[in-house]
Structure formats: C-alpha cells, structure tokens
Design a protein around this ligand. Structure first.
Ligand code: ZN
Length: 352
C-alpha cells in the first residue's frame, strides 16, 4: 500500500481508530542524548568537485559499463556517507568499467553543522529527500534544497545504479530501504548479503510527504536496468555508522564492477532479513506519542495492539507479527511517525 494514499486519511483506517481504551497517552520521550563520537569530516578539498558542479566527482573508465553513483549528505547532519566518500577520494580513483560519480548533496546544510545543536542542520529550508518528483522539480517552487536538486539532476539522470547513504536519529540497527521494484530489492539484498551481519532490507512505497531520491522515476521503474537503494547506516555520529557506510560503499562498488577493492567483510553466515512496508503512519496531530520507546525492528506479535496515540486516535497494529520500521519517537505533525512492515520470505521475496 502506498504511503501517499494515507496522506489525508482520517480515522478509521487499517491502523487508526478513535480511542476507546482506558490507556492514557504517556509523555513523549526526550530526544536521545547521542554522543558525537567523531567530528564531521573535512570535505573542503572536494567541495569544488571535478566536473563543473560543486560536490560532484566524476570518473570514467575506457571500458563500457554502468554509471554508478554514491550520494551522501542528503541530510546535512548525516555525515557517515561523507566520511565514506572522503575515504575513497583520498586515493586515486579509476573505475574498471563504466563511470563513477561520488556526490555530496546538501553542502549548504552541512556547512551549518554545529556540534552544540547537531540536529538543526538536517536541511536549510526543506527536506531535500522529499523533492524528487518530476512535476515539482519542473515547477516554479524554489528553495535552497530545490536549487541543489536541479543542480545535480543532470548527473543523476544518467546514473544507472545508486547507493544513497543516511543515518538515523534514534538508536537502530543499520538497514537498507528500497522501492517496490525487484531490481532495487535485489541490489539491496546483494550488498547486505555480503556482510557478516547483514542489515535488514525493507521495501517501501515512500513517504506521504514527498518522493525520495530512490523513488525518483529513473530508479523506480519496474523491469528497468536502473536501480537504487538507501542505506540507513546506523545512528547519527556513531563510529559504527561511519564504518558501515564505508563497508557498504566498498561492497557496492565491487559488486557493480566499478572498483576492484575487495570488501573487508566475510560472506554472510546470517540470512538477510527482508520486510515490506504495508502502511506508513503519519502524525496527524502534534500530540503523537508511542506507548513505549520502541526500537526499529520491534515485532508486535498480536494484531490490534495499541502502539501509539495521535490526539484522539489510537494507532493499532493491523496484523500479527507487525514490524515497526524506524519509529520517530518525537514526530512533528504531518511527518512519518512509523512504518508498519510484514516479514518476507528470504528466497522468494514473498510474504512470510
Ligand atoms: Zn537521512
């Protein structure tokens, strides 16, 4: 089910009901006290780019092959991906096949990063990862982020295979997100499956409040060669997330035949856990609160369990063994509060 279809849904829906239980909404938790374990990487040598567009580094081989890209800093305070790109760019890069682009996206937001208020530099005017709708890009709408989308779009329009790197505010294990196309799921599955502790792969239809880069038409067309996935590498500013970003990037570039450097991780002994998002729960009020501080990946065994309150509504799980994907424990009105997902069979990708 598309999250977009939930945009203006009022109760009742598969998960939203008028409150009837005697449970009282708890107080919202305070924001997590996340320690900044490593400083933002110095990307000043690479801000100019090497192909006429700021923050874009492009390399070509003499052999045919796909155009492969890794994007970082879609959100200005999520710098694990910038760390990964910095590590790559410090060595001479020559793709074995095709073309490679390494792109620092929201340079303006990253420039404002302040360790004393580290959550504020996610964007300058609006969330850059909700702007990838062709009609919106072609419209008169403008902002710092939209201008940047238009700047990098000519490059992205020629990319065949994309990895977009993010991190998360709330504590959570790394995971890959991809659209509903089989190609994109296979991409995420392969990059995950080459790791000792494979991150889960979650397919979803996107947010109700705008398209992500991985949802952009070029990467979200069934039966097309093009594909994309998004890595949530771990919690913001944690060394583990930076290492996960670098590991996944190296595996991605090796698997696409772009760079030869062998992945440092052994072949997985664990199966890749897969799930598909069925519902995207948006906070319709400013009083959205979970009944407990759920971690991403929590499984709620029983259908009908109340997991949150949203004003006068209760949010209940619509089926047994419902997986909570990336709950935002302090969602703002109109923003995604949590995605509800069903486990998929590993081999077939069908619902378990
Ligand atoms: Zn992000």
């Amino acid at each position: 089910m598309s999250c977009a279809s939930k945009r203006h849904v009022r109760p009742e829906s598969a998960f939203r009901f008028r409150a009837v239980s005697a449970l009282l909404p708890p107080s919202p938790p305070s924001l997590p006290a996340v320690r900044i374990e490593y400083p933002p990487p110095d990307i000043s040598p690479w801000i100019a780019g090497n192909c006429g567009i700021q923050g874009v580094h492009h390399f070509e081989s003499r052999r045919p092959g796909p155009h492969v890209a890794v994007t970082a800093l879609m959100h200005g305070n999520e710098y694990a991906g910038a760390y990964a790109l910095q590590q790559l760019l410090m060595q001479p890069l020559r793709p074995l096949h095709g073309r490679l682009s390494l792109i620092f996206l929201n340079l303006a937001a990253y420039k404002t990063f302040n360790p004393a208020r580290p959550t504020l530099s996610r964007f300058i005017e609006e969330d850059m990862n909700r702007l990838w709708q062709p009609e919106l890009i072609a419209s008169a709408h403008t902002s710092v982020e939209m201008q940047r989308v238009r700047e990098v779009l000519p490059v992205l329009e020629t990319v065949d295979i994309l990895l977009d790197i993010h991190t998360m505010l709330w504590p959570a294990q790394p995971l890959f997100l991809c659209s509903m196309t089989e190609n994109s799921r296979d991409l995420a599955y392969c990059v995950s499956g080459a790791q000792t502790n494979p991150p889960a792969v979650v397919q979803d239809g996107g947010h109700g409040d705008g398209l992500r880069l991985i949802d952009y038409t070029r990467f979200n067309t069934p039966h097309s060669y093009t594909r994309a996935c998004l890595l949530e590498a771990g919690q913001h500013w944690q060394k583990d997330a930076a290492q996960q970003a670098l590991l996944s990037t190296r595996i991605f570039l090796a698997q696409t035949g772009t760079l030869s450097s062998a992945p440092t991780s052994a072949t997985s002994s664990e199966p890749v856990r897969q799930a598909v998002v069925t519902d995207c729960v948006q906070a319709l009020t400013s009083r959205f609160v979970f009944v407990q501080p759920f971690a991403s990946g929590s499984v709620i065994r029983k259908a009908g369990t109340v997991i949150a309150f949203d004003g006068q509504d209760e949010i209940r799980t619509p089926y047994n063994n419902c997986i909570l994907v990336m709950p935002n424990l302090r969602p703002r009105r109109g923003h995604t509060a949590v995605r509800l997902a069903k486990r998929l069979n590993n081999k077939t990708g069908t619902q378990a």
